[in-house]
Write a protein that binds this ligand. Structure first.
Ligand code: ABU
Length: 397
């Protein structure tokens, strides 16, 4: 892990600046996600019980081949690629408050780890099987933290994940009930502890949007606000009321470049929240219908067909898409973008596509304000900036 005096070892302020270093997930040792209060995995199109324990070797090999393919493509573009350490996901987790028979996988670092400016944040996580999912990334985190004193490392407070953290009846609500409650933002986690997955966040320079969801509650957003605003960011909760099972923002609202967001036509952003974008001259462009219908998705995949729009930006003009998502590729090329493609459908089973399966460590660029009309930008501080400027006194709140 080399650092230069100019760019800190960890530096990513948005989703689109030229990418220099990234972590690509790994399917090694992956297990089926267990049934637990925060998750009721189902076999698509079947009443069969969801399998348990380690995934078969050949399923893992197919996903790993695609992850390796993505890594090779990124390396061919001069990007430094790192991979998670091995981890025994087949081991149960037992804490004083819960037990779960096995863990999950390290395919989706984005769910757990976030780079915000020159800081790394480890999310609390929302599911028991993912309590220790930070572990495969710790050797990398130590490497970045040791190599550059400008790197700040924050571990968000772990919730108990005890029974009181969940609202199990959520899973039994009929669709009409969900529709009736769609503006309440009450899902399977309660509001008593700080809970968030990192993938509910999206970075837009000095502004961070955070989706309230099944995996991120209001205290989780409040914690991010109190952590990040003294460091010079504005944190905005966002909602997509027509998504009745929201989990992770990157199949719903995907910033591609300054002033440009790819949006999900089935999940419009709440009216008042759209204004932040339109009043600052941003364009919201709807993604085309995904190529796969719901019944064509991999049977153990718990995500929506909108994994189609879970793209990875290598720069404001270069984006990586799944190989068979031609309508999206055509839309983006028509907008003047260079579109690279890789096969990734075997990774879908693990809940993510190209954005989920990566964690960007270093991009060019710095702390820009892309929403000048919002005003009230806090002073940039707390995190040492690109020049290694220390935090102003009293930056913490
Ligand atoms: N992990 C992203 C899944 C989002 C979705 O199912 O739409």
């Amino acid at each position: 892990m080399t650092t230069s005096d100019e760019t800190p070892a960890v530096n990513a302020w948005n989703e689109w600046d030229p990418l220099r270093e990234v972590v690509v997930g790994s399917a090694a040792g992956a297990c089926y996600e267990p049934v637990e209060p925060g998750n009721r995995p189902r076999v698509r199109g079947s009443d069969r019980p969801f399998p348990t324990g380690p995934k078969p070797r050949e399923r893992i090999a197919r996903a790993e081949e695609e992850l390796d393919g993505l890594a090779a493509l990124l390396e061919s573009r001069g990007i430094v690629v790192r991979r998670p350490a091995e981890h025994d996901f087949s081991r149960p987790v037992s804490t004083p408050r819960f037990e779960v028979a096995n863990q999950y996988c390290a395919v989706c670092p984005r769910d757990v780890m976030a780079t915000v400016g020159n800081g790394i944040i480890e999310a609390t996580m929302s599911r028991r099987a993912r309590f220790f999912e930070y572990e495969p990334y710790r050797p990398l985190v130590y490497g970045y933290w040791e190599s550059d004193p400008r790197v700040e490392w924050t571990v968000a407070p772990k919730p108990t994940m005890g029974p009181e953290m969940y609202r199990e009846e959520f899973w039994e609500w009929p669709l009409e009930e969900r529709y009736r409650r769609m503006h309440e933002s009450e899902f399977c986690v309660t509001q008593d502890q700080v809970v968030f997955d990192a993938a509910d966040m999206s970075r837009l320079g000095r502004d961070i949007i955070v989706q309230e969801s099944m995996t991120t509650n209001r205290p989780g957003i409040r914690w991010l606000k109190r952590h990040l605003e003294p460091r010079g960011f504005r944190v905005h909760p966002v909602h997509f009321p027509l998504d009745h099972f929201p989990s992770h923002i990157d199949c719903t609202f995907v910033p591609l470049a300054p002033g440009l967001v790819l949006t999900n036509p089935e999940r419009p952003i709440r009216d008042g929240e759209r204004r932040m974008f339109t009043e600052n001259g941003w364009k919201l462009v709807e993604a085309p219908q995904p190529v796969l219908a719901d019944e064509q998705m991999p049977e153990y995949c718990q995500s929506s067909i909108w994994l189609s729009m879970n793209v990875l930006s290598l720069s404001p003009t270069t984006v990586v898409c799944e190989e068979r998502e031609r309508p999206l590729q055509e839309l983006l090329s028509g907008m003047g973008m260079e579109v690279l493609t890789v096969p990734f459908r075997n990774v879908f089973e693990y809940g993510g596509s190209l954005h989920c399966a990566t964690w960007d460590i270093r991009r060019d660029g710095g702390p820009e304000d892309y929403f000048p009309e919002l005003g009230g930008l806090p002073e940039l501080g707390g995190l040492p900036g690109p020049g290694g400027v220390p935090a102003p006194a009293g930056a913490g709140r």
